[in-house]
Design a protein around this ligand. Structure first.
Ligand code: SF4
Length: 460
């Protein structure tokens, strides 16, 4: 990312390293925007060692979700502290979920870190970085109970492709799924004010964004805390009015909250992709009860049928957890049968992992690792044939594609996505003999289906 020129030169140079999910990426973009506004020269880098020469402060936005992510966060902090020890940078500031979750341990175990900043305090990043540069003691800007505060006006310095952006509509979660620690460090559900979202969408569109990807922990609850009613359908319709936005895509729908209003808004609002991301987590009723997920196998099937009745071409993505404590062969067989019946376009499967402080951490019996791994593989294999069958239905049909890059195997082939493909997680459409620039939309006809990708040709 190019260094941003600043209005108050010599405030210092900050390099930010973003780790974790799309929601963290948005926080990182917002922190960079705030720092730029405060007069810092800012850049993002992949690792502390990649931060450019002259960097004063390295900010690391950590992930604290699962063990692998925690380890990556800690290693990144240690690498930054090494650079500080060698005198190559002045300060190390650590932000994000790991800080919110383990602030006390981190404070004790990493005294060389200059400042910690919690998930609810990212609006204070400018002050924290400024203070860290003049103080010698360790700063701790971490709210005891995380509660998100929105930055009043959009300040994002974009990290990803210019034509597609994550748009966070709410933060935190009011549910109590027994496997999940997120509410403990992201706090309860807090909606972003309606007008603020529209303002941000307009700004993103003016910067060249054509695809808005709406994210939250639970996007279906949008509006309830601020307005006393769920306003997601209304929000989708208003966002569709924003000039130059071409696609709007909805993520993280909590299944029992997906009502007729949401289905209709997705099915009938121009620009809203017929695409739904709805993590179901399991399909056996006993497992769902133990996970504290309120819907049932039959309820899920009815919801899928309702969606398909309203939008027959809807692409449905879900995720499942296998190996939850107490999951037997029979529970898993129910999940397998459900996957066969439900015919999802996309499925992600995660092995259950014990999260500190969650109710399921105490539940027994735990499922051995090798069984979790084999159940994951079995489910993914089963889904592969279904994904291929879903893709085959598109052969011969017309599909609009957002071009994003060129194929590394053949430069005459463009690589893009259709309304059925979310960035980063889904498949791609390979468009033969296409020279359209990245960021443009092209009309294609599908000529071949693969398990994850489609091959298409331009319609001229
Ligand atoms: S709805 Fe999602 S974020 Fe909320 S507790 Fe359940 S799994 Fe966690």
């Amino acid at each position: 990312m190019p260094t941003i020129e600043i209005s108050r030169p010599n405030a210092g140079k900050v390099s930010l390293i973003n780790l974790g999910c799309a929601k963290n990426e948005v926080d990182s973009e917002e922190m960079l925007g705030l720092l730029a506004r405060e007069g810092y020269a800012v850049e993002s880098s992949r690792t502390p060692n990649a931060a450019s020469q002259g960097t004063d402060v390295v900010v690391i936005n950590t992930c604290g979700f699962i063990d692998a992510a925690k380890e990556e966060s800690i290693n990144t902090i240690l690498e930054a502290l090494e650079r500080k020890k060698r005198g190559e940078i002045k300060r190390v500031v650590v932000a994000g979920c790991l800080v919110q979750r383990y602030s006390e341990q981190l404070r004790i175990e990493l005294p060389e870190v200059d400042a910690f900043i919690g998930t609810g305090n990212i609006g204070d990043i400018g002050t924290v970085v400024g203070q860290s540069l003049i103080r010698t003691d360790q700063l701790m800007q971490v709210g005891e109970k995380p509660h998100h505060r929105w930055v009043e006006t959009p300040t994002r310095v974009r990290l990803g492709a210019p034509w597609t952006a994550w748009l966070k509509i709410s933060e935190g979660c009011d549910h109590a799924c027994t496997f999940c620690a997120i509410p403990s460090f992201r706090g309860g559900h807090v909606s972003k004010p309606f007008e603020r979202i529209l303002e941000e969408a307009t700004l993103l569109a003016s910067q060249g964004v054509r695809e808005l990807n709406l994210i939250a922990q639970d996007s279906t609850q949008y509006g309830y805390d601020l307005y006393g009613k769920m306003r997601l359908p209304e929000l989708l319709r208003e966002l569709a009015q924003v000039n130059d936005i071409h696609w709007i895509r909805l993520f993280y729908c909590y299944p029992s909250r997906v009502n007729r209003g949401i289905i209709e808004a997705v099915a009938t609002t121009p620009k809203v992709c017929h695409y739904i991301d709805m993590p179901l987590q399991h399909a056996d009723d006993e497992m769902l009860r133990k996970m504290r997920r309120p819907m049932s196998n039959a309820g899920y099937l009815k919801l899928l049928a309702d969606f398909r009745a309203a939008a027959p071409d809807v692409a449905i993505r879900t995720t499942f957890i296998v190996g939850f404590p107490g999951e037997t062969k029979e529970h898993f067989a129910t999940l397998e049968r459900f996957v066969d019946e439900a015919r999802f376009d996309r499925v992600g499967v995660f092995e259950y992992s014990v999260e500190d402080g969650t109710p399921s951490a105490e539940m027994m019996p735990k499922v051995p690792s090798r069984i979790k791994r084999s159940r994951k593989d079995l489910l993914m294999q089963r889904q592969q044939a279904i994904s291929l069958a879903c893709n085959q239905k598109w052969v011969g049909r017309e599909l609009e594609v957002l071009v994003e890059s060129r194929s590394p195997m053949d430069i005459t082939t463009a690589v893009g996505r259709s309304f059925r493909d979310a960035p980063e997680v889904d498949g791609q459409v390979l468009v033969r003999r296409c020279s359209a620039a990245p960021g443009s939309f092209v009309r294609t006809r599908v000529v071949e289906a693969r398990p994850y990708d489609l091959v298409a040709e331009l319609i001229v």
